[in-house]
Design a protein around this ligand. Structure first.
Ligand code: GLN
Length: 198
């Protein structure tokens, strides 16, 4: 049997523990990543939900932003949820002044797209790649994907057609939080890519 894949969760801010728990439940050697040398030791990375503006500032302050961009460019599998999806987007709509992303996904993501009236909601999503049953998705001050460029592919849409999950090569992103509902199929989908490369 091959060794458990070593997977990081970017631990600058956000719901790090929930992701570590899901990844460990699925048999991964999951660890928090805060420093460049910790990033160098993992074969894949989850960027959690939280606040993308803060995560961006901390990533730059910790000298992690450029090493992260490099690993993404080298093809490391990365899965971003919510704020993590924003970090992976090439273009941010309604970011704060000076906000940067890491990029990698050829998409435009709109922050806080559901406004203040509807801060959070839950719905079921049919995602053919993940099979049955539908994914029960929790959205918390969530972004939506406004524009899917030619290199990226939509994986899930709301009933009104707005895109809330995308993939491109080894990158995967969701507007919602599978780690909060016991949904493990996205993490498993991500881990398959990590195992294929490690
Ligand atoms: N609104 C947050 C942001 O802009 C994302 C919210 C979340 O990750 N649950 O980063």
């Amino acid at each position: 049997m091959s060794a458990a894949p070593s997977v990081g969760v970017l631990a600058l801010q956000g719901d790090v523990r929930e992701h570590l728990a899901v990844l460990r439940e699925l048999g991964a050697d999951a660890r928090p990543v805060r420093r460049e040398r910790e990033l160098a030791e993992v074969d894949g990375l989850v960027i959690p939900g939280g606040e993308s503006t803060v995560m961006d500032k901390l990533a730059r302050a910790f000298g992690l932003a450029d090493p992260l961009r490099q690993r993404i460019a080298d093809g490391m599998p990365v899965y971003g949820t919510c704020a993590g999806l924003i970090m992976l987007a090439d273009r941010i709509v309604d970011g704060i002044e000076g906000q940067q992303s890491l990029g990698g996904l050829d998409i435009a993501v709109r922050r806080n797209a559901f406004g203040t009236q509807v801060d959070s909601f839950e719905t079921d999503l049919d995602i053919p790649e993940l099979g049955d049953p539908p994914v029960h998705a929790v959205f918390i001050r969530a972004p939506v994907v406004d524009e899917v460029g030619p290199s990226a592919r939509a994986l899930a849409t709301l009933a009104d057609g707005r895109v809330v999950a995308v993939e491109q090569g080894s990158l995967l992103g969701t507007s919602f939080h599978p780690e909060m509902t016991g949904e493990t199929r996205f993490h498993e989908y991500f881990l398959q890519r990590v195992r294929a490369r490690s």
